[in-house]
Design a protein around this ligand. Structure first.
Ligand code: ADP
Ligand code: MG
Length: 326
């Protein structure tokens, strides 16, 4: 049965690439990185009930398992090429695996990524992807490198996925509210949770432009905090400059800002650039479609301060995600 599933996965296939000398089917894949480049490698695991709600569609699980890894490559400024897929399934459910591979392959196709191998075992539902990309030595974006005075940007909008999760929870709590007048907005927020768009093109553009970069997976405050710690700097955030979608603002009022500051699962890029390049960065990223909002500046010292446009301090939510919090 395991071998039927592997055959199904192999047949569904992903992009054919000349640099895959041997893909699925042997004991290991044989891959040829382009001359002079280094490999950027990242692994991320999705556990049912932790990283996606029980009942999430198979397509969305496959999409998201790859998306979160492509987001890590994007944050390094790397170009994705190959992936390994480790699947742990409670049953050998063909329909489920077909859906999952469809979701995976749809996103893989958008980035010319080839699935070159993996592992299939039985157990509680768990999907782990290892993604490989290329970047020239010295050109990778890193968390270290932000300097006092740099402008802080974030791509896309923040808080949508956390709001989408909240919608799903409320839907369970109050079935009457299903498909109310705001169905369109709710659908958009739930889509943000289930089908994040990794900012690969933005990450590629930012090579040689950004002084530091991280992807926002655990909430802006947590991840910008990691960037600041790595760079040995602090940050000031203008809460009124946070990019909020109209779907978020339609359904959430007071909570919208907290979702943007501390909600997880955004998979946007948060990066810093020297202030004199801020204008050029804004216009280039808006031309690329995702846009980037200037949300604050790097300061010397340490810690994050959040204020409004008038400079008044803003209370920060303390809810960003940590797996082993005691
Ligand atoms: P081995 O016992 O040598 O690890 P497996 O039976 O686990 O071999 O895998 C056989 C082939 O199928 C290998 O090439 C492996 O990379 C591939 N494979 C197994 N599971 C998956 C999966 N979930 N996705 C993609 N390739 C897979
Ligand atoms: Mg194996």
């Amino acid at each position: 049965m395991e071998f039927d599933l592997i055959e199904l996965i192999r047949k569904r296939g992903t992009a054919a690439r000349d640099d895959v000398l041997l893909g699925i089917g042997d004991d290991a894949a044989l891959l040829r990185p382009p001359p002079e480049h280094v490999l950027a490698v990242a692994v991320d695991t999705l556990v049912e009930g932790v990283h996606f709600p029980v009942g999430t569609a198979a397509f969305d699980i496959g999409w998201k398992a790859l998306a979160v890894n492509l987001s890590d490559l994007a944050a390094m400024g790397a170009t994705p090429a190959w992936a390994l897929l480790s699947l742990t399934l409670p049953h050998a459910d063909r329909r489920f695996v077909e859906g999952l591979i469809d979701g995976f392959a749809t996103l893989a196709g958008q980035h010319r990524l080839a699935l070159v191998g993996g592992d299939t075992t039985r157990g509680p539902l768990n999907v782990s992807v290892t993604a490989h990309g290329f970047v020239l030595p010295g050109q990778a974006l890193q968390r270290v490198g932000a300097k006092a005075g740099d402008a802080i940007f974030v791509t896309g909008t923040l808080g949508d996925a956390a709001a989408g999760l909240c919608c799903l929870d409320r839907e369970r709590a109050d079935a009457d509210q299903l498909m109310g007048a705001s169905g369109g907005s709710r659908g958009k927020l739930i889509d943000a949770l289930n089908r994040p768009q990794p900012r690969v093109a933005a990450g590629n553009f930012l090579r040689g432009v950004a002084s530091a970069c991280i992807d926002v997976s655990d909430g802006l405050l947590a991840d910008l905090g990691h960037l600041c710690t790595a760079s040995g700097v602090g940050a000031e955030i203008d809460a009124d400059a946070l990019p909020l979608s109209s779907a978020l603002l339609t359904l959430f009022d007071a909570e919208a800002r907290d979702f943007a500051l501390a909600g997880g699962d955004d998979y946007e890029l948060c990066f810093t650039v020297p202030a004199d390049r801020a204008g050029e960065v804004s216009s280039n990223l808006s031309r690329m479609g995702c846009g980037a909002a200037r949300i604050g500046r790097i300061v010397s010292g340490e810690g994050l301060r959040v204020h409004d446009t008038e400079g008044r301090p803003v209370r920060c939510p303390k809810t960003s995600w940590e797996h082993f919090r005691t």
